[in-house]
Design a binder for this molecule. Structure first.
Ligand code: PMV
Length: 361
């Protein structure tokens, strides 16, 4: 599909009002996206586990309005007006308006809430932009009931990408690939696709416990971090490495090769942070407790031979990944050894999920 496929034809219907609700999960990348071209075109392909528990639920109420010249919406976050988030949503709606020409015909009330604690340091932009994009696509489907499912999902992912790059991986599950790769059929820079190759069942129920090391504002946003890959001394090699890691991951995922999976995932996480530390200006998002947790994971893995590993996103929190068959003992390890390194002892048990769902009110 190309960008042109996302321009709708003439709408068949014109409802006066309505309401749609979608719940979209967060995701955690195994091969990381870091570096982009305008607008949110990734410098390298990435792949992620779609999560389950960490999710955003968004309702959009729409009502026909008289003036079709401007965009008009109210925003409620966890039941309360949130004007602070409005500029980001305004910019997003302006960006996607060409693809959703009905936007100026309605006034929208957007109500959104997260399943995870507010300011937990978990980025809500992926789940939030995916949930909002799915709601907008659902409204488009009311205007054009013959819209087919593939186009619906690809366009939802396409719109989510325009809101926040990695959000395009939060529409489907359980493994989503984004970014053109010559060895991955149907892969695209424009939207995420369900990983098209064989995946061992062990990865379908993989666990991810998110250890909340630092809940404050990040020193450097991912927008700035991506920009710092322009002119970065290691950028080209890093982009090539990501392409090649996707090739290497194919037999690992097919065979359930946990030893190689662990090496790949931890190396990707540390490479992402190495890119940050070697940017100019350089910066570091890991905290002392991030490193303490990593060392404890290595010691525990060595001592018990349990296939547990970590990954990191653009922050200090640690995602602890392990097969569901090891759940009981790993969760004891977390309680005994790792909770002390989390801010206020907070962590969230999550697992691989199957993608966003429509909620019928
Ligand atoms: O989607 P953004 O612009 O917030 O970038 C996210 C980048 C990482 O989380 C660090 C990696 C990834 O692929 O999700």
């Amino acid at each position: 599909m190309t960008e042109k496929d996302f321009l709708p034809g003439v709408y068949q219907k014109s409802p006066d009002n309505g309401k749609v609700t979608w719940k979209a999960p967060s995701n955690i990348a195994l091969v990381k996206y870091w570096g982009k071209k305008p607008v949110q075109i990734p410098a390298n392909p990435s792949i992620s586990f779609t999560l389950d528990t960490c999710a955003t639920t968004t309702s959009v109420l729409f009502e026909k309005k008289d003036n079709n010249e401007t965009l008009s919406f109210d925003l409620l976050f966890e039941g309360k007006p949130k004007d602070h988030f409005k500029p980001k949503i305004q910019a997003f709606l302006e960006r996607v308006e060409t693809y959703l020409p009905f936007l100026k015909e309605y006034h929208f009330t957007i109500e959104t809430s997260n399943s995870f604690p507010h300011s937990s340091g978990i980025a809500s932009s992926a789940s939030g932009m995916a949930a909002l994009s799915l709601c907008l696509m659902d409204i488009e489907k009311e205007l054009n009931p013959s819209l087919d499912e593939d186009l619906f999902n690809s366009k939802a992912s396409y719109l989510a990408r325009l809101g926040s790059g990695s959000a395009c991986r939060s529409v489907k599950g359980s493994l989503v690939q984004w970014g053109r790769h010559s060895n991955i059929p149907k892969s695209s820079d424009l939207y995420g696709i369900e990983y098209p190759f064989e995946v061992d069942p062990v990865f379908k129920s993989y666990c991810d416990t998110i250890l909340l090391v630092h809940k404050g504002q990040k020193q450097v946003s991912s927008t700035v971090g991506h920009q710092l890959m322009h002119g970065h001394p290691y950028a080209e090699d890093r982009f090539e490495q990501a392409f090649s890691n996707l090739d290497k991951l194919k037999p690992i995922l097919a065979n359930g090769d946990l030893e190689e999976f662990i090496k790949m995932v931890e190396s990707e996480a540390l490479t992402l942070h190495a890119m940050m530390m070697t940017s100019m200006p350089y910066f570091m998002l890991m905290k002392p407790d991030t490193l303490k947790i990593i060392n404890k994971i290595w010691q525990y893995r060595e001592a018990t031979k349990t296939p547990v590993c970590f990954t990191l996103d653009a922050g200090a929190n640690v995602h602890l990944l392990y097969p569901s068959s090891n759940k009981e003992k790993v969760q004891i390890f977390i309680k005994d050894e790792l909770v002390g390194h989390c801010e206020n002892g907070q962590y969230i048990h999550d697992q691989v999920g199957s993608g966003a769902i429509k909620i019928n009110d």
